[in-house]
Ligand binder design. Structure first.
Ligand code: AMP
Length: 551
């Protein structure tokens, strides 16, 4: 019998984080000792030294992966940052640190919102499994985690066992898995304590689908027979075992669904014992919060931890903060982290007398040397821009490598998100921006920004024109404003795409081996991403140009 003590987990976390500097040195020593035999480390001339100074002197930050222990499998990153998935080694250490971070943030969550014994409605999905030339299994990092025994034990420890059988999580057809997650969630509706997914997008997507399939779900529950849309034999067999004719449950679901106004609060209505909704809600997930709050009604939203296929970075130990303010406490024993200070500097562009923001990069510093209020790029096993309000809690700002740019202008995914938020407010009450992305069109002179919007229903031309002008004016980066004023960047173009376009984009990524569990809509689509660009262009139903800087 495993004994899981929340207090122990929290105490352990506190001991670790109070002594973060020593922990980092120890962690680095441990990593270098474990991997001392690795060919790569041998070639750097560390000669057995394991201290931070020697490490900094010998290892450049472009270092390839260090590993001395066997790699158990390969993780495929989502590929939504660089356009194509990266192959990252996965091993038991990574699995252990994943469990550590799950338990740590759960302990803090449970202190404020205790859950009882029960189940979790988790919208989690595995990716396709491929075998590398070297004979290793490659799939997304989340799939590597979900299939492990430790994951199942940990979920049991933290009272978060998934309602759905493994056949649903690992099913080969995402739509069928999604339908069955919903069905299993409804079958166990009394027991469900939490609703979650890795990234919040999956929850919003699931309830968007629920709006269309709820009657079919009710029919399955009423008759005790699984819909013919489920054709994968393993999924059919596993889910059919859970299904019994239950007309009273079907009636109560039906009554809730017909009573709701535009699906507001559907989650607590159907899962009355649910305590909160949980998943990554920061960064590129923020645009989905509005819809998520709509479905969640009175239930609190809790943002999950910060990590990547390469490794974890921090846990959300202040779960009651709204997702927009979420911070992550870096766990000093799960990796060795360096931070590149990013200073914004106004650089005058003489020719156009516009100024643009460049980051001045300084030498990387250690975890305990970071200063409150400054922005840094994290160098661990990957790179991000993050803001550090207090040691060692960080706030996610954006992925630094992603920028929308024509010439001297620079706008991050955060800038785009803020512009879209401002413009969306102008859309009529009933019209929602379901999803969005952008493209820097330089095929004509001068180049211009193209923003793609998928809307929940048609908007009038007048509204779209107002939104388009608002978008153009919302990019306040000095390089952009200056270039627009002198005509070095042309009027911003807003293109509306058909409903379901972003669903097609999601399917395109799934076809490449990505998994819904790690999907992040690409916010900038470059020419190199020609398939996604073609999907967008094929689906344009209308476009309008900004007149914000004159006709
Ligand atoms: P993947 O490519 O699937 O490994 O996803 C890793 C990326 O997801 C990170 O580099 C981040 O950009 C993003 N990410 C992960 N956790 C968070 C978080 N809590 N908030 C914002 N973005 C996150």
């Amino acid at each position: 019998m495993r004994v899981f003590s929340l207090e122990n987990v929290i105490n352990e976390f506190e001991v670790l984080s109070k002594d973060a500097g020593r922990q980092q040195t120890e962690t680095l020593r441990w990593i270098l000792e474990q991997n001392g035999e690795a060919e790569y480390l041998q070639s750097l001339g560390l000669a057995g030294r394991t201290d931070p100074e020697s490490f900094k002197a010998c290892v450049l930050d472009t270092s390839p992966v260090l590993t001395g222990k066997p790699i158990t499998s390969i993780s495929l990153s989502s590929g939504t940052t660089q356009g194509k998935p990266k192959f990252v080694p996965f091993n038991d250490e990574l699995l252990q640190s994943t469990m550590q971070i799950y338990c740590t943030s759960f302990a803090f969550r449970n202190r404020e919102y205790p859950i009882g014994n029960g189940k979790a409605l988790q919208f989690i999905y595995s990716s396709k499994r491929v075998t590398t030339k070297g004979g290793l299994t490659a799939r997304t990092a989340t799939s590597n985690v979900f299939q492990s025994e430790q994951f199942k034990h940990t979920m049991k420890d933290i009272q978060s066992q998934c309602c759905s059988p493994d056949e649903v999580i690992f099913g080969p057809d995402f739509q069928q898995s999604l339908y069955c997650h919903l069905l299993c969630g409804l079958i166990f509706s009394d027991e469900v304590q939490t609703i979650s997914s890795t990234f919040a997008h999956s929850i919003v997507h699931a309830f968007g689908t629920f709006e269309h399939v709820w009657e079919e779900l009710c029919a399955d529950i009423r008759e005790g027979v699984l819909s013919s849309r489920i054709t994968v034999p393993s999924i059919r067999a596993a889910v059919s075992k859970l299904l019994r004719p239950n007309p009273s449950l079907a009636d109560s679901i039906h009554n809730v669904c017909v009573r709701l106004s535009n699906w507001y609060g559907v989650i607590p209505e159907l899962w009355p014992n649910a305590k909160y909704v949980y998943g990554i809600m920061t960064g590129s997930m923020e645009p989905y919060l509005k819809k998520l709050r709509h479905y969640a009604g009175s239930l609190p939203l809790m943002s999950a931890d910060y990590g990547s296929s390469e490794g974890w970075i921090g846990a959300n130990v202040n779960p009651s903060l709204p997702p927009e303010l979420a911070t992550f406490a870096v766990l000093p024993n799960i990796g060795y982290f360096e931070f590149i200070p990013l200073e914004k500097s106004e650089v005058q562009d003489l020719e156009k007398s516009a100024s643009t923001i460049h980051y001045i990069e300084a030498e990387p510093i250690g975890l305990t040397e970071v200063e409150v209020g400054k922005e840094y790029e994290i160098v661990g096993r990957h790179r991000e821009g993050s803001r550090l309000p207090s040691t060692p809690e960080i706030q996610f700002v954006c992925r630094r490598s992603l920028v929308l740019s024509i010439n001297i202008d620079k706008n991050t995914e955060k800038d785009l998100q803020l512009a879209v938020e401002a413009a969306a407010l102008l859309a009529e009450e009933k019209v929602e921006v379901v999803d969005f992305t952008s493209h820097a069109d330089t095929s004509t002179e001068p180049g211009h920004y193209v923003i793609y919007w998928e809307l929940s229903c048609d908007a009038t031309e007048e509204v779209l024109r107002a939104c388009c002008n608002c978008l153009d004016l919302s990019f306040v980066d000095a390089g952009y404003v200056g270039s627009r004023k002198v005509g070095a960047i042309g009027p911003l173009e807003l293109r509306v795409v058909r409903r379901g376009t972003f669903q097609t984009i999601l399917h395109h990524y799934l076809g490449l081996g990505a998994a819904v569990s790690q999907f992040k809509t690409p916010r900038f689509v470059g020419l190199s991403n020609s398939t996604v660009l073609q999907i967008l262009c094929r689906n344009v139903t209308g476009c309008t140009f900004s007149t914000a800087y004159g006709p």
